[in-house]
Ligand binder design. Structure first.
Ligand code: SF4
Length: 462
């Protein structure tokens, strides 16, 4: 029997709680304003201390979208005025130049990602211009992963041909749900033919790894309606699928106030849709990577999972080894050495900082020795699903059992439920335990231990 077949509603109810997705540790809500531009500039200048600089991963945030999706929780600007992106690109150029003045070490990029918002809001000429700027400031590894988020509603064959021509080799398509009623309820009408056409164009133009984003828990979604979505998706056979949970938080996200609360599935109905998707995708041959991610067995993510070489960054799981992440644009998060920082959220603030020759950093954090050891533990569990106790002791000069005595005690309930195994040398997540990675990782999160209401601000697994 497939190990995920043992995942049932009772087990999920028992171990499901609010928690972070650990694309970073500490999580972004722990960043502080005391860490700002000066600190970021100093760390950019120390990248190559000791003669070694990590390869670079570059993220570019394009915040514009032509139309609002009601479920959206992203930092975006809704506009039909395409003149706004021209100005934004000029400022991205200034930010790149300013970063270049501080950046020490190699300029070699092994990973690039454009996200948003909708990067496909840009015209073909603007995309070429932005890529040109990146090439003027960085050197691209010929074997690198260059990916972009695509809105199939605004990406025709010519646009996809342009993306391939300027060097992209991976793409992620926003799909969410194919049911026409659900699409109307979320204000994102996207006939399946459009998605299929974008996928086929991407394949024709040589894209090597194509991801579909799906969401469960959307208004009017039922097991029956999502069965049709899954039929269509499985028939398209994208290399990767990200299946995200919709968290209906209208008090926090203004766009969601346009969704009729009555149509949002309750916890049990949502769980039913999720279990259906889990079964259908694994039956169709997709491998469950962890958290929200599935991939075909021949995809690099599955090879990395099997070889213990999976990593995690702000886009989720990746095959790229530890990179310094340099991010550009509003609200973008960078990770340089033992630090994280995030840019300002608002366009006006972003432009103002750059007009005054300042890096547009809003807040950040420099990790303490305790943060570093906990990050190493959390990432090993989230990515490799196992932890060699000795390697943490040697790498961080601690007595693991003494340092984490309380955490080891808390892990017992996961062990008793068959979700992980522990001995004197290893902590190993079992195959079905991979489904509860977030809960296991949360045991090691010091900030949650310190919080008054642990996990209260985070979304649930289901
Ligand atoms: S979900 Fe994506 S495309 Fe829709 S409004 Fe939000 S950022 Fe834009």
């Amino acid at each position: 029997m497939h190990e995920l077949a043992e995942i049932d509603a009772d087990l999920i109810r028992k171990f499901d709680r609010n928690g972070p997705r650990y694309t970073s540790y500490p999580t972004a809500d722990r960043f502080v304003e005391a860490y700002g531009e000066a600190e970021h500039a100093a760390w950019l200048g120390r990248r190559a201390v000791g003669g070694f600089a990590r390869p670079l991963s570059v993220y570019v945030h394009i915040p514009f979208c032509a139309q609002l999706c009601y479920y959206c929780a992203c930092n975006k600007v809704i506009t039909r005025d395409h003149g706004r992106s021209a100005k934004y690109l000029r400022y991205l150029g200034r930010e790149m130049q300013l970063l270049g003045e501080h950046l020490d070490g190699s300029r070699r990029i092994s990973q690039l990602h454009w996200g948003g918002g909708s990067p496909t809001f840009l015209s073909g000429a603007e995309m070429r211009g932005l890529m040109q700027m990146l090439h003027e400031n960085f050197s691209f590894d010929p074997e690198g992963e260059y990916s972009i988020e695509i809105d199939p509603r605004t990406s025709n064959e010519a646009a996809i041909a342009t993306l391939a021509e300027i060097g992209f080799n991976r793409m992620s398509l926003g799909v969410q749900d194919h049911d026409p009623d659900v699409q109307k309820a979320i204000h994102r009408v996207q006939p399946p033919e459009l998605t299929r056409a974008a996928l086929q164009a991407a394949r024709r133009h040589g894209f090597s790894s194509i991801n579909f984003d799906l969401i469960y828990g959307l208004p009017l979604q039922t097991e029956k309606s999502f069965t049709r979505t899954l039929d269509e998706v499985i028939d398209c056979r994208p290399d990767r699928i990200a299946l995200y949970s919709y968290a209906h938080l209208p008090t926090r996200f203004k766009a969601q106030r346009r969704i009729d609360d009555h149509g949002v599935p309750g916890a049990d109905a949502k769980l039913g849709v999720f279990l259906l998707a889990l079964r259908r995708l694994t039956d169709a041959g997709y491998v469950y990577i962890g958290m929200d991610h599935f991939a075909l067995p021949e995809d690099g993510l599955v090879r990395a999972l099997n070889n213990g070489r999976l990593h995690r960054n702000f886009q989720g799981y990746t095959t790229q080894s530890e990179c310094d992440l340099l991010s550009l644009g509003v609200s973008a998060i960078s990770k340089i050495g033992p630090t994280y920082c995030q840019n300002v959220h608002q366009l006006d603030e972003y432009y103002d900082c750059l007009d005054h020759g300042r890096l547009p950093v809003a807040r950040g954090i420099q990790l303490t020795a305790d943060d570093l050891v906990r990050r190493a533990v959390i990432m090993a569990l989230m990515c490799q699903g196992e932890l060699a106790i000795e390697s943490i002791e040697i790498g961080h000069l601690i007595d693991f059992r003494r340092y984490f005595s309380e955490e080891l005690e808390q892990l017992r309930r996961f062990e008793e439920a068959g979700l992980l195994e522990m001995d004197s040398q290893w902590i190993t997540v079992t195959p079905r335990g991979r489904f509860f990675l977030r809960g296991i990782a949360m045991v090691f999160d010091r900030y949650l231990q310190d919080a008054q209401a642990p996990g209260g601000r985070y979304s649930r697994l289901i």
